[in-house]
Design a protein around this ligand. Sequence first.
Ligand code: GLP
Length: 245
Amino acid sequence: MKVVLLNSTYEISKAVSSIIIEQITQKPDSVLGFATGSSPVETYKRIIEAYENGEVSLKDITTFNLDEYCGLPHENENSYYYFMKDNLFGKTDVDYNKVHFLSGTTGDIDKECQVYRDDIEKAGGIDIQLLGVGTNGHIGFNEPSESFTDGPFKVKLAESTIKANSRFFEDGQVPEYALTMGIGDIMKAKKILLIATGASKTHAVKQMIEGEVTPHCPASILQNHPDATIFIDNESAALLDKKNF
Ligand code: GLP
């Protein structure tokens, strides 16, 4: 696991977006795993700027998003599909035929999860998986538990996650369940970039980087990935013993 400590969210967004843009430049039909939440928003802005400046085209990429709330259709403003449309896809030339999402409204969850896994494999696997981390160490919606998950599945969200994510919901009504890629899916990505900034992430960052690898902090598994880079700022790094990376 590589750790990069930068001074601001802007610097992190420049660094992370450059890696993604370089990947697309080298391989226009790259397969990218995207994340939602506030952590990747600035990075998406930098990618949009690069697109607007004619530096990159997203028309040939294939995308897989990490997760989706159960019960929220694409048109719902709180769905992660809507988030991606609003924060990246709708502002670039992404081809929606190549956009993949777990459906929060499917009637057949087992099939939905199996098809998603098969689709990732058929696409040749994920070249870069972008991640944030929950305050409790979750990645995607893989909440702390007794064992690491494998493929996509339906999860009951932790109380702390519902509380943390309620800031995005005007009525505060966060769905209790979601569909998410499993830890096995995330670990298969060829390269992983995780962004963790701000004071609310200090404990998750400490455990993820310096703690033991345990499903009680799902992000700690990234210590075992051959090409995972964690981007942190001074605030989220506050509890780390080691500060020079
Ligand atoms: C959500 C998402 C995660 C995200 C995490 C952190 O629960 N499912 O993919 O990484 O929250 O969110 P934020 O970046 O807003 O802190």
